[in-house]
Structures are given as C-alpha cells and as structure tokens.
Write a protein that binds this ligand. Structure first.
Ligand SMILES: [Mg+2]
Length: 295
C-alpha cells in the first residue's frame, strides 16, 4: 500500500470541497464498476448492492453525476440512463454529449480543420494514418485491439497489451497525424493473443491535445459552474489529471497501489483516496459527499 495520497477523511481540502460540490465527474471501469464491468458486485467481485445503493443515495440527494470514461458513446449512454444520469463524456474526452439526446460533440485537440476527410470520424483518421499497423510492427505480440471494446468507436482506438509508452509515442510521432498514446490503467481481460505479457494495460490512441480534463472544463463552462463546485473520481493516472479542473479529485483504493497514479497525484495538492477499492470506494466517497452536503 502506498500512503502518498492522503485519505479522503484526512485531506485538508476535502471538507470544503465536498460541501460545495454540486456535480461529480466519474470514471466507470475500476471506479464505479467492478471487475468484469458489473455494478452489482463488491471490489472482490462478490454480489453486492453497495455501489448501486450509493447511486440511489446520490440521486436522492439531488446531486449531479456525469460519466467521464474511455468507453464509447453507445455504451455510456445506456449506463447513464440506467443510473438516472444525463450528459456524459466518452472516449477519454473526445466525444461529449452535453445532455441526454443531444448530438455528440467531437473534440480533436491540435488537429487542423483539414485533418478529417469529408464524412470521416477521428477514429477512421487514426486508422488511415497507419497508427495501429505501426504499433503492431514496433511491438510484435505486445499490443492488440481490446476486443470487443474496439468496436463502435468514433474518435479513439482502444488497445491492450504491454508497451513502453515513451517508445510507443515515438512510433506514433513519425506519422502525419498528431496522435497521442495514453495508458488507461491495468485491465484483466478474459483472454488475449499477447505473448509473454504478465500485466495487461488498456491503451488509447487519441487526437493529440484532447483529455478528460479539457472536456470536463468545457462541460463546466457550458453548465456555468466553477471549479470550486466540482469533484472528480477515477482510478488511473489520466483520471488524476481531472484534479486540474475540479476542487477535489478522488482515486479509489486500488489506484493507490499503482505507481503511475501516485506519480501523477504528486503533481497536485487536491487528490485524495478512499480505502475501499473500485465500487466500494465510489460508495465510500458518495457517503462522504452526501454527509458534507447535508452537514
Ligand atoms: Mg478506470
């Protein structure tokens, strides 16, 4: 256990941040959802209503939750509906749906106006630029599509495997399109075709200059909310960057054992951790938020 991230109950900024927050941006996998993507399990994958009950409590308190995940628009739209939530941010900040039923907004970062051909999605442009082929050739057996989650995507590619992110980024930097390689944390796929890989990570290929934090900032501006009224929660190093745009960023328990998360968190003074892992951590956070609002 790494103790470099203060616990939520001991963080000096937490009482005021929790009390002032009207809205939460939440990651899904590893944060709200347990292993296997289920809401109805505890952190050890045993059947549990703890996280679902916490969602009900948050909704009953009239608090707003916005999903902010690497998953695609179709997936998040259904999960958000199931939870009783409305707007969301998909594909790591590249696809924003401000409210239920709205057309998606595609965010392409540093790409110029001519980066996309007529009718082309950012997802298709990344493939056309040769990004996937280049990575497969540079890291044979170490990277593959994160099936089946690579389907139905509009802006980013999701891969899995194990590679040196700096070396992978150098491969992408040779291409004509500015594409960023993002490590989205440790995953536990049921099966892979990878060779000699012990720790499997999910990776995204995305337009350079796009982030969850940037999408979050734009979404806040649309809603007319200030940073002081916003919280975020996640479990990966890229989630920790949401601290830039929120009063407090919370990471769930197992993330404190991830060296990348601890390294990212060291750059901010407004990152706190729960003891509970995965959905249990989300519920622990939710109880603290509701208590602070009612205090
Ligand atoms: Mg996650």
């Amino acid at each position: 256990m790494n103790h470099s991230i203060p616990h939520l109950s001991a963080h000096p900024l937490a009482p005021s941040a929790l009390a002032a927050a009207e809205i939460l941006y939440t990651d899904l996998d590893g944060t709200l959802l347990g292993l296997g993507g289920s809401l109805l399990v505890d952190a050890d994958t045993q059947p549990s209503l703890t996280t679902a009950a916490a969602i009900v409590d948050v909704n009953r308190a009239g608090l707003t939750v916005v999903v902010c995940s690497g998953r695609n628009r179709i997936q998040i739209a259904e999960i958000a509906r199931l939870c009783g939530w409305r707007g969301f941010i998909a594909e790591l900040g590249c696809v924003v749906v401000p409210d239920r039923g709205d057309d998606p907004i595609f965010r392409t970062g540093v790409w110029g106006a001519d980066a996309l051909r007529a009718g082309e999605t950012p997802f298709q442009a990344i493939e056309r630029a040769g990004a996937l082929d280049a990575l497969r050739q540079a890291f044979p057996g170490k990277i593959e599509n994160h099936a089946p989650y690579h389907l139905n995507r509009e802006a980013t590619h999701v891969l899995r495997g194990s590679l040196d992110v700096v070396a992978g980024q150098a491969v992408l930097d040779e291409l004509d399109l500015a594409i960023c390689l993002v490590d989205n944390g440790i995953i536990h796929p049921l099966s892979t075709t990878l060779t000699d890989v012990s720790e499997v990570h999910a990776y995204h290929l995305m337009p350079a200059g796009v982030s969850k934090a940037g999408a979050l900032a734009e979404d806040l501006a649309r809603r007319g909310l200030a940073r002081a009224n916003v919280l975020s929660i996640g479990d990966s190093a890229s989630d920790v960057k949401m601290a830039e745009e929120t009063a407090l960023c919370v990471v769930v328990g197992q993330a404190t054992e991830d060296a990348r998360v601890c390294e990212a968190a060291a750059a901010y003074d407004n990152v706190a951790a729960t003891t509970g892992r995965r959905g249990d951590g989300w519920a622990e956070f939710a109880a603290a938020w509701i208590a602070a609002r009612q205090g």
